[in-house]
Design a protein around this ligand. Structure first.
Ligand code: SF4
Length: 319
């Protein structure tokens, strides 16, 4: 049985031991698709509590939000403090539970390049100064990163492991409009290519089961993402969380979530056509609490992984 090339394996090969991602959620960060700069309300599936890092420190600066044009940031010290507190708490737990020795600080929630350059620089440098941190992973949108930030990250990448994670979701503009994404496919393509040219590592997020998409379209998205040069991929099924625009569409009968069977089928094919060098960071997603509205199969991660491995088995793969 051939093990699928995972991101964990990539890091282990590079750093000689397992590297743990420490998910960070800094208050004051938002998203141009939520604050009205690009759109209001965000992507139709986005309810940010559903993917926030598990900490309540972030409520501290409620109501304060940065953007690319913010002139000052009176809360930078507080944000740096939050970063330290979260890193200490999470890395300590990972050390105790798994014997973790090396870490990547993952700026996870919202849009983590959507702030004045000096703020980003201070946060990234602080994160890199923590003991046993080998690099950063920065989750963002392709319409929210400046050339200045990209050049700065390219400099950091000469000494550290620097990743940018872009939400690609779909290469079809009609789909991106339906989910209120706020940017088109050409924009993601442009910034992935620029990031690669700058020497950064890029992870692309893909969603299968977006409204109006069939298997052929989902696979076309995967194919183009590979062609743009992503180094790593996260595959997600689209699931419906309460208190989102998608939840309203689902309740009105306007959106049918992808079935597990269809998801497994598209995932298999997407992995079969993936270049071997592209590492896999995630093969599914879900949420095991009351906020999940549908589909039910996205509730239990262990069962999902078991079913994925069952489906992989005839192909000779395991995850
Ligand atoms: S880009 Fe991310 S944070 Fe912004 S609305 Fe979409 S899912 Fe939410």
């Amino acid at each position: 049985m051939q093990q699928i090339y995972t991101y964990g394996q990539y890091l282990k090969d590079k750093f000689g031991s397992k590297v743990y991602k420490v998910g960070i959620n800094i208050s004051g960060f938002t998203c141009p698709n939520i604050d009205g700069t690009v759109a209001k309300g965000g992507c139709t599936f986005c309810e940010n509590d559903s993917f926030s890092a598990s900490t309540n420190q972030v409520q501290e600066l409620k109501g304060f939000h940065l953007n690319l044009n913010s002139i000052t940031n009176p809360y930078l010290d507080k944000q740096l403090q939050q970063l330290s507190l979260q890193f200490d708490a999470i890395s300590k737990r990972q050390k105790q539970e798994y014997g973790a020795q090396k870490f990547i600080v993952y700026f996870q929630s919202f849009t983590n390049t959507y702030a004045p350059f000096e703020t980003l620089k201070a946060l990234y440098e602080k994160a890199l100064s923590f003991p046993d941190v080998v690099g950063l992973s920065i989750g963002t949108r392709s319409d929210s990163i400046t050339d200045e930030t990209l050049s700065y990250l390219a400099e950091l990448a000469k000494q550290h492991e620097i990743w940018i994670e872009f939400g690609i979701q779909s290469v079809y503009n009609a789909t991106l409009e339906k989910i209120n994404r706020g940017h088109d496919a050409a924009n993601v393509k442009e910034w992935i290519i620029k990031s690669k040219q700058a020497g950064l590592n890029v992870c692309g997020h893909l969603i299968f089961g977006l409204p109006g998409e069939n298997t052929t379209m989902m696979l076309e998205t995967a194919k183009q993402a590979y062609e743009w040069g992503i180094d790593s991929v996260k595959y997600h099924p689209l699931y419906v969380v309460k208190r989102t625009a998608l939840a309203n569409e689902f309740t009105r009968g306007e959106f049918t979530p992808i079935s597990e069977e269809e998801y497994l089928n598209v995932l298999m094919q997407a992995i079969k056509m993936k270049p071997q060098s592209v590492s896999v960071q995630r093969v599914t997603a879900g949420i095991n609490n009351d906020s999940l509205l549908a589909p039910a199969w996205c509730r239990d991660k262990n069962t999902q992984i078991k079913n994925i491995n069952k489906a992989f088995s005839p192909l000779g793969f395991k995850y």
